[in-house]
Design a protein around this ligand. Structure first.
Ligand code: HAM
Length: 414
């Protein structure tokens, strides 16, 4: 039986990969402009990092982790998200000793054992940024504006930014009481997940896919914020306003991870069936100390690249990602063939993208390859031309054919 890829994973074939490279390049360029520097952390970490970091009442930790014991009998987990590993690296490498805010970004695969559907995979990719060391709401707004600008520069239409404040553990205690008082009378009509969440983490009930619509008149978390939380939230909004970031406040926005404090936000766009969230993030002031580091604040965002690519395709946005070949070489005869080996290598060294025939085909078949590969020029070398030190160079765009000196091909590839 032939092998198949694991459920919930994808092969990104040539043709599609160029779109990914384009999106990734856009992310890198954006980070350069926003002054975020790349960090690469392991694809697996100690399981406990995620249990303590992401939170043991989250779906991720309860149901979705790829956890295994290594040969040394240590429990390891494939990273289900990027933040916990970056926080661990920030602490372990003492980046908090730097005088400036540490602004980091990453692009890479994450793993969650979820039920696959359009836009949801078991191996997926995130572009994420994390900024450590500042409580200034200007950085909350910067992170939000970065995600917003990423979508805009890719040409995505109809992106919505939803923001909320989830307060601090202290203000949440008060909110939790109110929410429980509201939820308890409807307990019997709620699903099994809601019932177990009510006991462990009632705010997550509001995020239930099954019962979400029943909570229209639930108390708002914004009503439980203390003055400091409210002021911070107002400031974040002001910073967003001056950048003209288009957002709405959604007081029901609860994120699926436990580490958030104050600002929480999501990016939404239509186009992939039931799923509309393309990215999300927020502030996590207790996370660095929660995994054993110093008391340093942080904020970040994670954006799902599969979802971005799917939406761009759905919105028929041309990424113009595939660069055409500069020259395709056609060789006629054995001596010409050897000369072409030399010329191809030379042009590649000079920075041109070049291809040639390797199948010993007739001229017509080689010309067809040049067409298929959308080469800008076809260079045709027969033994006669070779003797004269020349080659025929045909512009595939205009059909015009010139005879040029063999050592001057590069000067004619305009
Ligand atoms: P998250 O909301 O769990 O947050 O994931 C962020 C994004 O990753 C989602 O909005 C979605 O686009 C994508 N994503 C998540 N799961 C899947 C999946 N199974 N298949 C495809 N795409 C998926 C985080 O991961 C946080 N670490 C974000 C963050 C960074 N918060 C602060 N800093």
């Amino acid at each position: 039986m032939a092998f198949q890829k694991p459920t919930g994973t994808q092969d990104l074939l040539p043709g599609m990969v160029e779109k990914w490279q384009y999106v990734e390049q856009k992310a890198r360029d954006l980070c350069r402009r926003f002054n975020y520097r790349e960090i690469r952390t392991p694809l697996f970490e100690q399981t406990d990092l995620f249990v303590r970091g992401v939170g043991d009442t989250t779906d991720i930790v309860e149901k979705e982790m790829y956890t295994f014991n290594d040969k040394g009998d240590r429990s390891m987990t494939l990273r289900p998200e990027g933040t916990a590993g970056v926080v661990r690296a920030y602490v372990e490498n003492k980046l908090y000793g730097e005088p400036d805010v540490s602004k980091l970004y990453y692009i890479g695969p994450m793993f969650r054992y979820e039920r696959p559907q359009a836009g949801r995979y078991r191996q997926f990719h995130q572009f994420g940024v994390e900024a450590f060391g500042a409580v200034d709401p200007a950085i909350d707004a910067e992170v939000i504006s970065l995600g917003y600008q990423f979508c805009r520069e890719l040409g995505m239409q109809g992106v919505k930014v939803e923001i909320n404040s989830v307060g601090t553990p202290e203000t949440r205690t008060a909110y939790r009481e109110q929410l429980l008082a509201y939820l308890t009378p409807m307990k019997d009509s709620l699903c099994k997940d809601c019932n177990s969440r009510m006991e462990r983490n009632p705010m997550r009930v509001l995020d239930c896919k099954v019962d979400q619509d029943k909570f229209h008149d639930a108390p708002s978390i914004l009503g439980s914020l203390d003055e400091e939380c409210s002021t911070l939230f107002e400031k974040v909004k002001q910073h967003l306003d001056v950048m003209e970031v288009d957002y709405v406040v959604n007081p029901r926005l609860v994120r699926g991870l436990d580490y958030y404090t104050h600002t929480a936000f999501e990016f939404k766009a239509e186009g992939i069936g039931a799923i509309d969230t393309i990215g999300g993030g927020g502030r996590y002031n207790g996370l660095v100390s929660g995994i054993g580091g110093p008391d340093q604040p942080g904020i970040g965002v994670g954006i799902g690249l599969e979802r971005i690519v799917l939406i761009l395709e759905k919105q028929q946005i041309e990424l113009n990602a595939q660069k055409p070949l500069d020259v395709y070489f056609v060789a006629l005869g054995e001596q010409a063939d050897m000369e072409i080996t030399k010329q191809v290598f030379k042009l590649r060294q000079l920075g041109f993208s070049v291809e040639r025939d390797y199948l010993g085909r007739k001229m017509k078949a080689q010309m067809k390859s040049s067409d298929r590969l959308k080469a800008r020029y076809t260079a045709i070398l027969g033994d006669d031309e070779l003797e004269r030190g020349e080659i025929a160079l045909k512009s595939m765009e205009t059909g015009e054919q010139l005879t040029v000196k063999l050592d001057e091909i590069h000067l004619n590839l305009v």
